[in-house]
Design a protein around this ligand. Structure first.
Ligand SMILES: NC(=O)c1ccc[n+]([C@@H]2O[C@H](COP(=O)([O-])OP(=O)(O)OC[C@H]3O[C@@H](n4cnc5c(N)ncnc54)[C@H](OP(=O)(O)O)[C@@H]3O)[C@@H](O)[C@H]2O)c1
Length: 250
């Protein structure tokens, strides 16, 4: 597939889970990919997998909560893959502490990573894209942007924030040639949640809430991101695409 031939994409948190599937999917569609990981060796594994399939990839590093790291990440991206046309804001963390037991530090850590991180990386990437007059940004949100769950308060708050971050960015950047959208994945087994999603009791209860009757496949997320990043979605702006097997229909 060559839908993204000639495009240059940065995917944050791309050393595993949704991020690596998205990075590999974008490369399969023809994009050169900057594989971001805060641990270079972990990013190199995904970079090498892309290269082994004939794709173009470089590893870039940094903590998304640090403006200095983000500036350096952009420098590495532009020098590594020659520019930036596509950003996938994906790096994130989860928290499962019930509201009444939540400490301020945990609240701040989740908001800093999931929301401030998307702002810092999104703004730095958008500045590069606006200078070129074109670009596409996909923010990875979650069903939790609209659907609460016990113990998900900071996570759900961060994802609800991403919903409006996406729409606000989309509004200001559309006239400048940059489209901003989000995806809202449902339930996918990754390092973020493996410890509870694979518990048989939890699994049965969760799957009972998913009309498709199963967890998602990571490639199903990657395909949606390729679509939003590509010119096939040229009139799609400020949208949130659910990829959740119907989990948010209820
Ligand atoms: N899995 C699901 O069912 C699901 C559903 C909806 C939405 N999502 C969203 O999908 C995204 C990816 O999650 P995942 O499930 O693929 O989890 P994951 O495998 O744990 O991946 C998270 C990635 O974010 C990176 N990261 C975390 N904090 C960072 C920081 N401060 N600076 C730089 N990188 C950081 C992690 O790096 P390290 O490996 O170094 O920790 C890792 O690469 C998240 O935004 C999550 O909210 C996931």
């Amino acid at each position: 597939m060559t839908r993204l031939a000639g495009r240059r994409a940065l995917v944050t948190g791309a050393n595993g889970g949704l991020g690596s599937a998205i990075a590999i999917g974008l490369a399969r569609a023809g994009a050169a990919v900057a594989v971001h990981s805060r641990r270079a060796a972990a990013g190199d594994v995904v970079r090498d997998a892309i290269r082994a399939n004939g794709g173009v990839a470089e590893t870039v590093t940094g903590d998304v909560t640090s403006a200095a790291d983000v500036a350096e990440m952009m420098r590495q991206t532009v020098s590594g893959i020659g520019g930036l046309d596509i950003l996938v804001n994906n790096a994130g963390i989860i928290s499962t502490t019930p509201f009444l037991e939540l400490e301020e530090e945990e609240w701040r850590r989740v908001i800093d990573t999931n929301l401030t991180g998307y702002f810092l990386v999104g703004q730095a990437a958008a500045r590069i894209m606006v200078a070129e007059g074109r670009g596409s940004i996909v923010n990875v949100s979650s069903t939790r942007q609209v659907q609460a769950w016990p113990g998900s308060l900071p996570y759900a708050s961060s994802k609800g924030g991403i919903a409006m971050l996406t729409r606000s960015m989309a509004l200001e950047l559309a006239p400048l040639g940059v489209r901003v959208n989000s995806i809202a994945p449902g339930t996918f087994v990754t390092e973020l949640n493996r410890h509870y999603l694979t518990d048989p009791d939890f699994r049965d209860k969760r799957i009972a809430t998913i009309p498709a009757g199963r967890y998602g496949d990571l490639d199903e997320v990657a395909e949606a991101v390729v679509y939003l990043a590509s010119d096939d979605a040229s009139f799609v702006i400020g949208a949130s695409l659910s990829i959740d097997g119907g989990q948010t229909i209820w």
